[in-house]
Every structure is written in structure tokens, then in C-alpha cells.
Write a protein that binds this ligand. Sequence first.
Ligand code: 5GP
Length: 141
Amino acid sequence: MSYDPNNIFAKIIRGEAPCVKVYEDEHTFVMMDIMPQAEGHTLVLTKEPAEMIYDLSPEAAAACIQTTQRVAKAVRKALQPDGMMIAQFNGAAGGQTVFHVHFHILPRSNDTKMKPHAREMVDPATLQPLAERIRAALDEV
Ligand code: 5GP
């Protein structure tokens, strides 16, 4: 399968579809997951037109992991979860549902089970306060 420039994440990065945005720089774009598996589920998107991890340039891969680390620190500071899961899926068999490279930042709790992947959409308004808290923490990490 070749990269589809009209996939939903490409549209969001271009500002053609809505999202609850957290942060953006030259190489990466960060937003709240619209079907969160846990409170604070955040996605780090590359700005490169890359479908899977194999397609990323070394520079884009480096930028993705640097942003992922920084945002994970901010999510930890803002929400103080018991743990943090970082995930990245490749190909439908690998669990990928949106074919544009992205990393999941998933806060985990000792006593709350993670919700199923990409299943239950929430009202974006409920994600705004979380995005604001993560954005504020980004300035401190
Ligand atoms: P994947 O399965 O490709 O690793 O993950 C795609 C993720 O994107 C899922 O967690 C899903 O909930 C999320 N997602 C799918 N469509 C949208 C959307 O339009 N906006 C946002 N913010 N997240 C989305």
C-alpha cells in the first residue's frame, strides 16, 4: 500500500480536519486521541508523508522520539499516572488503523483497565482541559 496523502492525520496536520491540538513544531504534531484508551491518551504524528516506521527518514524518526519523550514527560507531570505506555503500530496485522506514522502516549493506572483500541469516540470538548494541562506542563519539562 502506498501513502495516502488524504488520510485523516495528513488532513489534520494540514488543518483540513479538526483536532484537539497540544503542540506542533517543524517535524511533529501532537494531539489528543479522539478515542482515548485512557485519560490523557496523546498522539505524536510525524509531519513526513510516511505510512509505517520503515518509511521514516532518520531525521523524522529522531524528531518523533524526541517529541514523544518530551510529551510523555509533560503528560506524567500533568496527570501523574502510575505508569506510561508508548506504542507504535505498523500494518493492519500490527494493529495500525491510520496509515500515517504516529506514536501513542498512554498513561496507565494500577486500578483502571485500558479501554479497547480505537473504539469509543468522546466529545472533543472533554479533551480540551487535558490538552491545556499537558500544554502547560510542556513548558516545564
Ligand atoms: P493506530 O491504530 O493507527 O495505531 O492508531 C490510530 C489512533 O488514532 C487510534 O487510537 C484512534 O483512536 C485515533 N484516531 C482515529 N481517527 C482519529 C481522528 O480523527 N482524530 C484523532 N484525534 N484521533 C483519531
